[in-house]
Write a protein that binds this ligand. Structure first.
Ligand code: NAD
Length: 399
């Protein structure tokens, strides 16, 4: 396998110049690589070009970057509607629509252009990296590099080896992402990788609390931000992501887990999607964004707020512990992923150590007894850790 990333001199190809592709192009060019950004649609390429110019020139205006540095980055990015310019590429990252047959067609076309040594990566959020690798003639050079939106700002990249990946590929890619200024986390090729799996209860349990009539969405958002320290409440975040996108991710994780009830999507969110209440982009979601809309006030009751926070937090901790149990990542990687990919105020496993693993188990068992639903089953990892009187993050205690 050819070395890439040491000198910054190797060409990086990005397929798809939408939201993610253009951000990844900016990162690679900032790290010193010549970049070729490919999209079928010339209009999208033009839009990517002007958006990158706008974003980077703003950095000059704010005094964060020099004019020369920005000129260098913009000068290293070329744009094309075809892939022929990728012959010399050392790495190609695919960031087109989340559709396996579209992606497979791209990789088979790419393999006709690039050398056998060129690494091929997918930015897929929900498809199996192993299944995509299987569509390649040389799956040993294939892996997942899952960036988070907005890619230039979010530190996390999940590095996901396929079953067929050559042994050292993932660790070399991990080093490359670190050299690009990212904080990568190694993740197993299982549904949702780390973040999109562990984060499900942030949305699902919040909706469930609202559906049960315990509190309205504004109060739940208040509890999670004011008391929990989360940067955004679940409903505000769903409106920002788009209820259609968030619902589709939940549905795909649920289906990939063979409909495990733990990940079951909610009827309320589906109804929002059906009504076109997609969030900020449609002017209405859980909140109303139209001019003059009445802003609802949260019920700032501390006891209620703590109950809400505790219920959602315990569900998140359970999911993080379960991801550890199934070997999706190590404890430090899971915590870093949730902080670097979705801005959680603390790592969930470190949080479990702080609040007490026994308390988490007690809350989960209470909910399981009350509802009788598998959704609330406690991860064996929490029970194991409690039995051993251990902690998830002894590395932090030592500091
Ligand atoms: N948007 C996010 O928040 C996010 C976050 C992480 C990962 N992802 C993943 O990244 C990928 C891209 O998502 P996005 O939000 O940037 O999508 P997008 O719709 O913004 O962009 C996709 C681009 O791919 C182009 N395209 C489609 N078919 C093509 C082809 N055959 N050749 C070249 N270009 C083609 C389209 O013209 C479009 O510009 C998806 O797999 C998605 O799951 C998205």
């Amino acid at each position: 396998m050819k070395e890439i990333g040491n000198t910054g001199a190797e060409l990086v190809g990005i397929i798809g110049a939408g939201t993610m592709g253009r951000g990844i192009a900016q990162i690679a060019a900032t790290a010193g690589h010549p970049v070729l950004l490919v999209d079928l649609d010339q209009g999208v390429l033009d839009a990517a070009h002007s958006s990158l110019e706008r974003i980077l020139n703003r950095q000059v205006e704010k005094g964060r970057m020099s004019k020369e540095a920005v000129g260098g980055i913009l000068g290293r990015i070329s744009y094309d509607t075809g892939m022929n310019g990728l012959r010399e590429a050392g790495l190609v990252i695919e960031a087109v629509v989340e559709n396996s047959s579209v992606k497979e067609n791209i990789f088979s076309a790419l393999e006709g252009v690039v050398s056998k040594q060129c690494w091929l990566a997918t930015n897929t959020s929900s498809l199996s990296v192993t299944a995509l690798a299987a569509s390649c003639k040389h799956p040993e050079r294939f892996l997942g590099l899952h960036f988070f939106n907005p890619a230039p700002l979010m530190p996390l990249v999940e590095v996901v080896p396929a079953l067929q990946s050559q042994d050292e590929l993932a660790s070399s890619a991990f080093e490359l992402m670190s050299a690009w200024g990212k904080k990568p986390a190694m993740a197993g090729d299982s549904p949702g990788f780390i973040v999109n799996r562990v984060a499900r209860p942030f949305y699902g349990e919040a909706i469930r609390i609202m559906e049960e009539g315990v509190a309205d969405h504004v109060t739940i958002d208040w509890a999670m931000t004011a008391l929990g320290g989360f940067r955004m409440g679940p409903f505000t975040l769903m409106d920002l992501i788009g209820n259609d996108v968030n619902y589709a991710v939940t549905e795909s994780v649920w289906a990939a887990f063979h409909h495990d009830p733990r990940y079951r999507p909610s009827f309320s969110q589906k109804r929002n999607v059906d009504a076109g209440y997609l969030g900020r982009k449609s002017g209405r979601g859980w909140y109303d964004y139209s001019d003059g809309a009445v802003q609802l006030k949260p019920r700032e009751d501390k006891d209620l707020g703590q109950d809400i926070l505790w219920r959602i937090l315990v569900m998140l901790i359970n999911e993080a512990a379960d991801a550890l149990f199934w070997g999706v990542a190590d404890a430090e990687g899971i915590d870093r992923a949730m902080q670097g990919g979705v801005n959680y105020p603390q790592g969930l496993l470190a949080w479990a150590d702080k609040v007490g693993i026994d308390r988490c188990i007690k809350k989960l068992d209470e909910m399981y007894a009350l509802y009788g639903e598998d959704r609330y089953r406690c991860s064996p990892m929490l029970r194991k850790m409690a039995q051993q009187r251990g902690t998830f993050r002894p590395d932090l205690a030592a500091v």
